[in-house]
Design a protein around this ligand. Structure first.
Ligand SMILES: *[C@@H]1O[C@H](CO)[C@@H](O)[C@H](O)[C@H]1NC(C)=O
Ligand SMILES: *[C@@H]1O[C@H](CO)[C@@H](O)[C@H](O)[C@H]1NC(C)=O
Ligand SMILES: CC(=O)N[C@H]1CO[C@H](CO)[C@@H](O)[C@@H]1O
Ligand SMILES: CC(=O)N[C@H]1CO[C@H](CO)[C@@H](O)[C@@H]1O
Length: 393
C-alpha cells in the first residue's frame, strides 16, 4: 500500500522499531539458493510483478513483527503496560494547560476562530471505537465551510495538522483528480496483484479533503464512482476493494476533515462555518511564524495529547443519562419544531469528545451544558450564514 508518514520524528522511530532488526543474510530474498522452487512455475509476468526491483517497490524484510497500538514515538509503545502507567497518569494530571495551549494554537491557525478550533480538537481526538452492525461509532467528520477561496489557507492549515498527527494525507478535490485518480485498490488478474488505490490509507490517518479547489466542471462516470467511494469511507468507514467479479469490504478508521467554501458535496457529521477574525496579507508567513512561535516541547505535548486521548474509555452514568433525557424533553417543549432526535444524538457526540478532550471519561452536567452551548453557537452561525447567502448553504 501507499503509506505516508509525517515528519522525520516519525520516520526515525519507525525505522528504529521496525527496521532495527538485523536480517540474517540467509533469509534475504536475494539469497538465490533459498528461492522457493515453486516460484519457477510462475509465469514470467507473475515473477516480474512479485520481484520488482527495490528501486520501484521498496520492501521491508520482517523476521518478527509486533502490532503496535499506535505509531507515535513520543508515547510508550504499549500503553496498558504497568511501566506506562506513570507516564500516562503524569500526562493526564497536566492535561488542562495542554488543552488550553492547543486551543490557542489552533485558534491562531484558524485565523482567530476559537469555536472552529474547539471543533477541530474534538475532530482530532475522534476515532472509531466500535461498530454497531454496520454503523461505525466514534467518528466525527467535520466540514469546515467558509474557507477563503483562492487562498493558500487550506494548504497551510493542512501543514499545521501535519505537525500534530503521525499520519496524514491531503486530497485536493478537483474535477481532474476525481475523474482520474484511482481511489479504490483493484485486482489486476493478469499480473496477479492488487493495485493500490488512494483510499488504502493506514489506520488512524487524518485525511484532509480540500474542496475549495473544486471548480465548475463535469464529473464523468468514474469520477462519480470515486466521489461515492469517498462518501462510503466517510459514512461507513470502509473501502470496497475491487476484485472485478466481486468486491471485498475492508473496514478502516480514517479521520476526515473537509475544507470547503460553501456546503460540502460530501457527507459530514458536523458542519462548522469559519469566521476569520483576521486576514493575514501573507498566509505563508503568518503560518510560519505561528509554527516557529510554538516551542518544540509544547508541540510534542500536543502530539501526545492527540494520541493519548483516543485511547480513553468513556461512559455515561445512569444519573446523568436521566438528567440528559429530562433536559432534552425540556428543550423539545420549548422548541418542538427545530429539535429532533438527531440533535440529541449530535449533542451526545459533542459531549463525548468534549469530556474526553478534558481527560474526563464520564459525562458531567457541566460538560453537557458546555456541549449545548457550543452546539448552539455553531448553529447560530449556520443560520446567520444562510441569511447572508440566501440558500447557499
Ligand atoms: C488507531 O487508534 C485506535 C485508538 O484510537 C487504536 O486502538 C488502534 O490500535 C490504532 N491503530 C493503529 C494502526 O495505530
Ligand atoms: C480565483 O481563481 C480563479 C481561477 O484560478 C480566477 O478566475 C479568479 O479570478 C480568482 N478570483 C480572485 C478573487 O482572485
Ligand atoms: C471506484 C473507483 O475507483 N472509480 C474510478 C475512479 O477513477 C478512476 C480513474 O478514472 C477509475 O479507473 C475508477 O474506476
Ligand atoms: C453537504 C453536506 O453533507 N454537508 C454537511 C455539513 O455538515 C452538516 C451538519 O452540520 C450536514 O447537515 C451537511 O449535510
Amino acid at each position: 500500500g501507499v503509506v505516508r508518514w509525517n515528519h522525520s520524528w516519525l520516520e526515525f522511530s519507525f525505522s528504529e522499531t521496525c527496521l532495527g532488526i538485523e536480517v540474517p543474510s540467509c533469509l534475504r530474498r536475494d539469497a538465490s539458493s533459498l528461492l522457493d522452487p515453486m516460484e519457477c512455475a510462475d509465469t514470467a509476468e507473475e515473477q516480474r510483478v512479485h520481484s520488482p526491483p527495490a528501486s520501484l517497490v521498496p520492501r521491508i524484510h520482517v523476521v518478527l513483527a509486533q502490532k503496535l497500538q499506535h505509531i507515535n514515538p513520543l508515547l510508550p509503545a504499549c500503553l496498558n503496560k504497568e511501566e506506562s502507567k506513570t507516564f500516562v497518569s503524569g500526562f493526564m494530571s497536566e492535561l488542562s494547560p495542554v488543552r488550553a495551549e492547543l486551543l490557542g494554537f489552533l485558534t491562531h491557525a484558524l485565523l482567530g476562530d476559537s469555536l472552529a478550533a474547539e471543533y477541530l480538537i474534538l475532530h482530532l481526538i475522534s476515532t472509531v471505537y466500535t461498530r454497531r452492525d454496520v454503523l461505525p461509532l466514534g467518528k466525527f467528520t467535520v466540514n469546515l465551510s467558509g474557507c477563503p477561496r483562492n487562498s493558500t489557507f487550506t494548504e497551510h492549515l493542512y501543514r499545521i495538522i501535519q505537525h500534530l498527527v503521525p499520519a496524514s494525507f491531503r486530497l485536493q478535490m478537483t474535477i481532474e483528480n476525481m475523474n482520474h485518480l484511482k481511489f479504490i485498490p483493484h485486482k489486476d488478474y493478469t499480473a496477479n496483484r492488487l493495485v493500490s488505490g488512494l483510499l488504502q490509507l493506514p489506520s488512524n490517518t487524518s485525511l484532509v479533503i480540500d474542496e475549495t479547489l473544486l471548480e465548475q466542471g463535469q464529473l464523468d462516470t468514474p469520477g462519480v464512482h470515486n466521489v461515492t467511494a469517498l462518501s462510503n469511507l466517510i459514512t461507513w468507514q470502509k473501502v470496497d476493494y475491487d476484485f472485478s467479479y466481486h468486491q471485498m469490504e475492508f473496514p478502516c478508521n480514517i479521520n476526515v476533515f473537509i475544507t470547503s467554501e460553501g456546503r460540502s458535496l460530501l457527507p459530514a457529521d458536523c458542519q462548522i462555518h469559519l469566521q476569520p477574525q483576521l486576514t493575514p496579507p501573507n498566509m505563508e508567513e503568518y503560518m510560519d511564524s505561528l509554527l516557529s512561535a510554538v516551542l518544540p516541547s509544547v508541540l510534542n505535548k500536543f502530539r501526545i495529547y492527540l494520541t493519548l486521548l483516543r485511547f480513553l474509555d468513556y461512559s455515561i452514568s445512569d444519573e446523568i443519562t436521566k438528567a440528559v433525557e429530562e433536559d432534552f424533553v425540556e428543550m423539545r417543549k420549548n422548541d418542538p419544531q427545530s429539535i429532533t432526535a438527531d440533535d440529541l444524538h449530535q449533542l451526545l457526540i459533542v459531549a463525548r469528545f468534549l469530556s474526553l478532550s478534558a481527560g474526563q471519561t464520564t459525562l458531567s452536567r457541566e460538560r453537557w451544558l458546555r456541549a449545548k452551548q457550543l452546539e448552539s453557537l455553531r448553529r447560530t452561525r449556520l443560520q446567520q450564514q444562510k441569511c447572508v447567502n440566501g440558500n447557499e448553504l
